[in-house]
Design a protein around this ligand. Structure first.
Ligand SMILES: Nc1ncnc2c1ncn2[C@@H]1O[C@H](COP(=O)(O)OP(=O)(O)O)[C@@H](O)[C@H]1O
Ligand SMILES: [Mg+2]
Length: 250
């Protein structure tokens, strides 16, 4: 059994009278333990919809989303999952440590555990020096990093990150990448979405390409590049999307 799996997962957004938008169309994903799996796709291709369906933030129109074989409402499964949303909203009068403590309490961790993890995570994301600063004074990059720390407070086995480096400068991107590789080496399975091809290329063991709500390709970069006789990931990306559009005119 795959650690994360979707079966014909479909989401149709109903926008009032007779107006429908396909968010996700019959997507079948399998992600194995230990992978860094990248969902790649243009804006509006269904990446966020897919992640939110897996986490139970949205409900599917049809099909199934399973993590560790469980549906998104299973509390036991949720303990093992960390999620960094695309545009997280935080109480911005809190400081970084206060935010992490708040999340720690949501997971029912003991005060000692919360203190330990808060200190360790702040160090890990490079925010140990900004303990007194409230989030409303954080830069975009700092917010992204405190979000990553918050998503790790429950020491999850599975980390789901929606566009984790959008808004980061090149150094911030590299630091995040290194961090993801380090977390993966510690045994965490990571599912991330991105429209940055180079990011995905550098960290992911396998990728899926989404387009117009469809999963159009899934495999290792090497396999897919071979299959499309592409020179680069960018070339593969363009070719796979063009092929899909030719076969499925809008
Ligand atoms: N809450 C919503 N209501 C209506 N349509 C939505 C909603 N969220 C997303 N969509 C539409 O679903 C499609 C997929 O969006 P999304 O999953 O956000 O893509 P991505 O994360 O790849 O940019 C887009 O056409 C988008 O406009
Ligand atoms: Mg998105």
């Amino acid at each position: 059994m795959a650690l994360i799996e979707t079966k014909d997962l479909t989401k149709i957004y109903e926008l009032g009278w007779n107006k429908k938008v396909i968010g996700l169309n019959q997507v079948n994903l399998q992600i194995e333990e230990g992978e860094i799996f990248g969902i790649l796709g243009p804006n509006g291709s269904g990446k966020t919809t897919c992640l939110k369906l897996l986490l139970g933030v949205l409900f599917p129109t049809s099909g199934e989303a399973l993590i560790m074989g469980k549906g998104p409402l299973d509390v036991n499964m949720k303990k093992h999952v960390g999620f960094l949303p695309e545009n997280p909203y935080y109480y911005d009068y809190l400081t970084g440590p206060e935010l992490l403590k708040f999340y720690g309490r949501l997971f029912d961790l003991s005060p000692a555990e919360i203190n330990n993890r808060t200190a360790r995570l702040l160090e890990m994301v490079g925010l140990a020096g900004a303990k007194r600063l409230s989030l409303r004074h954080y830069s975009k990059g700092m917010l992204e990093r405190i979000g990553l720390a918050a998503s790790l407070i429950n020491d999850p086995k599975i980390l789901v990150l929606d566009e984790p480096t959008t808004g980061l400068d090149p150094i911030g991107c590299k630091e995040t990448r290194d961090l993801l590789l380090q977390l993966n080496q510690q045994g965490k399975t990571i599912l991330l979405s991105s429209h940055f091809l180079s990011e995905v290329e550098r960290v992911c063991s396998r990728i899926a390409i989404f387009h117009r709500g469809n999963l159009i390709e899934q495999g290792t970069l090497k396999e897919l590049i071979g299959q499309y006789q592409a020179n680069t990931l960018e070339d593969l990306f363009v070719k796979s999307i063009e092929k899909f559009d030719q076969q499925h005119p809008a």
